[in-house]
Write a protein that binds this ligand. Structure first.
Ligand SMILES: Nc1nc2c(c(=O)[nH]1)N[C@H]1C(S)=C(S)[C@@H](COP(=O)(O)O)O[C@H]1N2
Ligand SMILES: [Mo]
Length: 413
C-alpha cells in the first residue's frame, strides 16, 4: 500500500514537473536552447545561434530598440544630456533629445491649451493647436543648445558629459511671421516676450527681426507630435539662438517696443547683463567636438575613423579641421552632405594611428568666417568675467599608448 501510494505521488510529481518544463520551454524556447551562452552579468535576452532557424517576434504596435543597444540620456535634477557618442547621424532620436527645464514638465491638454498673441498688435488672437495646424506648415532641421553647454574638470568625461546639452530634430510648425501677419503688428513693436505655461513661467524677450527671419511655433518633432520634454503641445523655435529663448509649452507672446529685461535676461544666474547690455549675442557661436574616439573608447594601432559633429548658430558650417598631433598641423575633415544652416553637421576624418601617444582635436569655421577659439583665447578675451555661458572652446582627446582615450580637461581658470 505504502509503496503504491509513493509510486502514485511520485508519478504525479514527475508529470507536473514535466508539464512545467514544457510550458517554460514554450514561453522561452530561445533561453532554454541557448542558456549556456549566457554570461553571468549579462541581462540581455539571448540571441539564437542561427536566427534563420527560429521564427522571430511578430508585428507590434510600437517599435523598440534592439535589446543589444541602450543609448540613454544622463539625467541630473535640472537637465538630461544627449549621448552624443552614440550618434551616427545628425538627427537626435526624440527620446534622446536633451531636456532642460526649470520647474519640471507640465502635463498640458492640447484641447484646452491656447497661445495668446497680444500687446502692440492690431487684433489680439488666441490660437489653439488645431488653429495652428490650419496655417501653412513648414519643416526644418536645426539644433537646440543650452547656452550653458560646456563642462570640464576631469579626464573621465564622455562627449555626453562635456557637451550633451545640444540635440537636433526635424521640427514642423508655423512660421511666427505667419501668425504675426494674422494679428497685425504695430509699427512701434520692436521686441516680443515669450512665456511658457510650466510652473517656471519662463519668459524671454526676443528681437522682432527674428520673427521676420526664421522663428517658428512648432508642434511636431521628427515626424510626430513634439515630446512633452520639448514643450508639448507647442514651443517657440529660434534657430541658432540660445536654447533658453526657445520657450517651451508656449502660451503667450506679447509685442512691445523695448525688451522686458525678465529675470532670465538679467540675473547673474543665467545670462549676465552689464548696464543693460548683454555680454553675449543671442546666437550661439560655432563649435565642434570629436565624438569618436572619445572616452571611454579604446583604439588599436592603424586605421581609425575620427567622427564628430560641428555646428553654428550663425549659419552653415564652412569647414572642420582635425589635428592628430596636438594642434600643430590641421587637416580638412569630410562634411556629410547636406550641410544645413544652424544645424549639427557630421564630420569624418580617416586616420592612421601610429601607436604613439598624442592628442586629437577638431575646430570649425562657420560661413561668417568665425573660427572656433581655444579655451586660452576665450579666457583672454573675456578676462575675469568668464562665466559658464557661451563657452565653445576647441576640445582635445588624449590618446594614450595603450589606446585608451581621455578628455583633456583644461581648467576654466
Ligand atoms: N517654458 C520653459 N521653456 C524653456 C525652459 C523652461 O524651463 N521652461 N528651459 C529653457 C532652456 S534653459 C533650454 S536650454 C531649452 C531646452 O530645450 P529642450 O529641453 O527641448 O532640449 O528650453 C528652454 N525653454
Ligand atoms: Mo538652457
Amino acid at each position: 500500500m505504502d509503496k503504491h501510494k509513493t509510486k502514485a505521488s511520485a508519478g504525479k510529481i514527475s508529470r507536473r514537473t514535466l508539464l512545467g518544463g514544457v510550458i517554460a520551454a514554450a514561453v522561452l524556447p530561445v533561453n532554454n536552447l541557448f542558456a549556456s551562452q549566457r554570461s553571468p552579468q549579462d541581462f540581455l535576452p539571448l540571441a539564437p545561434e542561427d536566427p534563420t532557424k527560429v521564427p522571430g517576434q511578430g508585428p507590434s504596435p510600437l517599435g523598440k530598440r534592439s535589446p543589444f543597444e541602450s543609448p540613454v540620456r544622463k539625467p541630473s535634477d535640472i537637465s538630461s544630456r544627449t549621448p552624443l557618442q552614440d550618434m551616427h547621424g545628425t538627427i537626435t532620436p526624440s527620446d534622446l533629445h536633451f531636456e532642460r527645464h526649470h520647474a519640471g514638465i507640465p502635463t498640458i491638454d492640447p484641447a484646452i491649451h491656447e497661445l495668446l498673441i497680444h500687446g502692440l498688435v492690431e487684433t489680439p488672437i488666441k490660437f489653439t493647436l488645431a488653429d495652428l495646424k490650419k496655417f501653412p506648415s513648414v519643416t526644418r532641421i536645426c539644433f537646440i543648445e543650452c547656452a550653458g553647454n560646456f563642462r570640464t574638470g576631469k579626464e573621465e568625461m564622455t562627449p555626453q558629459d562635456i557637451l550633451g546639452l545640444t540635440s537636433q530634430s526635424e521640427w514642423t510648425g508655423v512660421m511666427l511671421s505667419t501668425l504675426f501677419n494674422e494679428v497685425g503688428i504695430d509699427p512701434s513693436a520692436k521686441w516680443f516676450l515669450a512665456e511658457g505655461s510650466d510652473a517656471a513661467v519662463m519668459t524671454r524677450t526676443i528681437p522682432l527681426s527674428k520673427a521676420w527671419d526664421d522663428a517658428m511655433v512648432v508642434y511636431a518633432q521628427n515626424g510626430e507630435a513634439i515630446r512633452p520634454e520639448q514643450g508639448y503641445p507647442m514651443r517657440l523655435l529660434l534657430p541658432g539662438f540660445e536654447g533658453n529663448m526657445n520657450i517651451k509649452w508656449l502660451r503667450r507672446i506679447k509685442l512691445s517696443d523695448e525688451p522686458y529685461m525678465t529675470r532670465e535676461e538679467t540675473s547673474k544666474y543665467t545670462y549676465p547683463v552689464k548696464d543693460r547690455i548683454r555680454m553675449f549675442s543671442f546666437e550661439l557661436d560655432a563649435r565642434s567636438i570629436i565624438i569618436y574616439p572619445a572616452y571611454p573608447a579604446k583604439i588599436n594601432k592603424g586605421y581609425v575613423q575620427i567622427r564628430g559633429i560641428a555646428w553654428s548658430g550663425r549659419g552653415k558650417v564652412e569647414k572642420v579641421e582635425v589635428s592628430t598631433d596636438r594642434g600643430q598641423t590641421w587637416q580638412i575633415a569630410n562634411l556629410q552632405e547636406p550641410v544645413l544652416s544652424k544645424a549639427h553637421t557630421y564630420f569624418r576624418y580617416e586616420w592612421n594611428w601610429d601607436g604613439d601617444a598624442t592628442e586629437i582635436l577638431s575646430r570649425v569655421t562657420d560661413e561668417t568666417g568665425y573660427l572656433q577659439p581655444t579655451l586660452q583665447q576665450l579666457i583672454e578675451a573675456r578676462g575675469p568675467d568668464i562665466s559658464g555661458y557661451h563657452m565653445n572652446p576647441v576640445t582635445a582627446w588624449k590618446i594614450n599608448k595603450d589606446g585608451t582615450v581621455l578628455f583633456k580637461a583644461e581648467p576654466l581658470k
